[in-house]
Design a protein around this ligand. Structure first.
Ligand code: ARG
Length: 260
């Protein structure tokens, strides 16, 4: 995770971002700290990335890389405003001693567009990550990569529209309206029992969730997801990341998972 020390909305690279809307920085920091503390209270280790001035979106740490089996596929950002973040993630992985770190040839925005289940790497395309990054990820991870077409600009990253609930059983939740008809059919075929979110819950970025297989941390406003999650045996934990929502991200965007 990366603290939102320099968080601001000064440019707009997704429909959620309105530079005219003020951001309450101390509140953003408190909300982010709540998320960090919640992970720690649940027994998870949180590594921190040093925030850099001039990179206001760095708080969305999920976009910096994708780690599977301890192998690191770095990001290459689509927008020049975020390009500088890639090197910071690279430095972090190098000093943390990761041996297998791949600098990508093609644009990919890390876990913004890659979601990992036990069987697949699901990969979004259409707004940010290049379709060519999917083959690159498949080659690097040696796992089948399933390309999914995102069609609604509000759900510009895969992690705004789909969340892996249990990576051992391939349980996922997603908002069908974010995907092309063909990709919806692919999802229905691969995950016939998936939890399908309503438009309302998706619009609070309810799919931008992080699950450890038992606890599901998600935006608290996505109230319609809580009961279905409980019915499936999960413990939903609502988080208020309202200030970070102004940049177009929530729980998952602020969290990069280090899969060993
Ligand atoms: N303002 C950021 C951007 O548009 C938000 C990134 C959200 N991150 C995510 N994993 N979806 O790039």
């Amino acid at each position: 995770m990366c603290p939102p020390a320099h968080f601001m909305v000064t440019y707009s690279i997704n429909p959620w971002m309105d530079p005219a809307k003020p951001v309450d920085l101390p509140l953003a920091m408190t909300q982010w700290e709540d998320l960090r503390d919640r992970y720690r209270a649940l027994g998870h280790t949180v590594e921190l990335l040093e925030p850099l001035p001039g990179l206001p979106d760095m708080v969305y740490a999920a976009n910096g890389a994708t780690v599977v089996d301890g192998r690191v596929l770095l990001a290459r950002f689509a927008h020049p405003e975020r390009e500088g973040e890639a090197a910071a993630h690279h430095d972090w992985f190098r000093s943390a001693g990761y041996a297998s770190v791949h600098e990508p040839a093609h644009i990919n925005e890390g876990e913004g567009d890659f979601a990992v289940t036990s069987s697949y790497v699901l990969a979004g395309r259409g707004f940010r990550s290049s379709p060519l990054s999917h083959g690159e990820a498949q080659e690097f991870f040696g796992r089948p990569v399933i390309g999914l077409d995102l069609v609604d600009p509000r759900y510009y990253h895969l992690d705004t529209a789909l969340s892996v609930l249990d990576d051992a059983t391939d349980d996922v939740m997603y908002y069908p309206g974010a995907f092309s008809p063909g990709s919806r059919a692919v999802l229905a075929r691969l995950f016939p029992d998936a939890l399908r979110a309503t438009e309302r819950d998706a619009a609070f970025l309810g799919l931008n969730a992080v699950s450890d297989g038992r606890h599901v941390l998600l935006p608290q406003a996505a109230v319609g997801l809580f009961e279905p999650l409980r019915d499936r045996g999960y413990e939903p934990i609502g988080m208020d990341l309202g200030e970070l929502l102004k940049g177009g991200g929530s729980v998952k965007c602020c969290t990069q998972e280090l899969r060993s």
